[in-house]
Design a protein around this ligand. Sequence first.
Ligand SMILES: NC(=O)c1ccc[n+]([C@@H]2O[C@H](COP(=O)([O-])OP(=O)(O)OC[C@H]3O[C@@H](n4cnc5c(N)ncnc54)[C@H](O)[C@@H]3O)[C@@H](O)[C@H]2O)c1
Length: 257
Amino acid sequence: MKVGINSLFSLDKKVAVVTGAARGNGRSIAEGFLQSGATVYFIDILKKTLMSVKNDVKNNKARFITADITDFSLIRKVMENIYNREGRIDVLVNNAAITLPESSDTYTDNKWEKTYLLDLKTPFKLSQLVNRYMRRKSGGVIINITSLGSELGFSNNPAYVAFKGGLKQLTKALAKDWARYGIRVNNLGLGYFRTEMTRKSWADKSQRRKRTERIMLGRWGESSDLVGPAIFLASEASKYITGQDLYVDGGWLANGI
Ligand SMILES: NC(=O)c1ccc[n+]([C@@H]2O[C@H](COP(=O)([O-])OP(=O)(O)OC[C@H]3O[C@@H](n4cnc5c(N)ncnc54)[C@H](O)[C@@H]3O)[C@@H](O)[C@H]2O)c1
């Protein structure tokens, strides 16, 4: 059977929701989806930053919502409003996350709980919320943004490593439970990207060099490097893929000595 390449990667007529889309990786993914023809909801807690993205993007398929996605009664209403307005939700990208480094010896409950709430519980709650809309339309796609920390130990960051590892496994659980509704769930796992999250390690020359040396392709990722892989996972091009990890890491994980 012949399949048109353009339609394979098209998100035309699809409605996508991307969390943490005011900057960094989430913004790039959301803008990539717009280019692929989707109506895209950019959701973020940072109102001012989100409004400046709105001014830059100028696309009539872009929608902007300021919300704290850890406020579950608010986000339930947000999702309901999106569904009522658009009649569908096809793609959810669980991108928003935080990292709160501190020694494991003294790691505080407060940091542990904050990281758990945003990095693991919220992606689960959001996935449950979109599930009920996706299954009405015979399916959808959930993409969870995972990390090298989902696979490997990194020092002085126990909560981030624990919950990104948990998110990786949650993806597999949901892929299994929701395949019957036509919902595919995959991980987009990231290596080192230059964003606000990694500002400190980029600014420290020795840390930057150490990380760069491990990357086969010899450079940190730019958020735009995620556009192709994210469109692939969101579109028909990956229609027989679920429960998988796609690492966009310049070869970090595959690197031996
Ligand atoms: N930068 C990297 O090297 C790297 C590596 C691995 C994984 N990641 C993952 O990439 C994703 C995006 O991170 P980034 O690097 O772009 O960092 P970032 O800090 O620039 O982006 C996170 C975004 O999430 C938003 N956000 C935070 N709390 C929120 C809340 N309660 N409600 C709504 N929005 C909220 C922030 O305002 C911000 O816009 C995260 O899942 C992160 O773990 C990043």
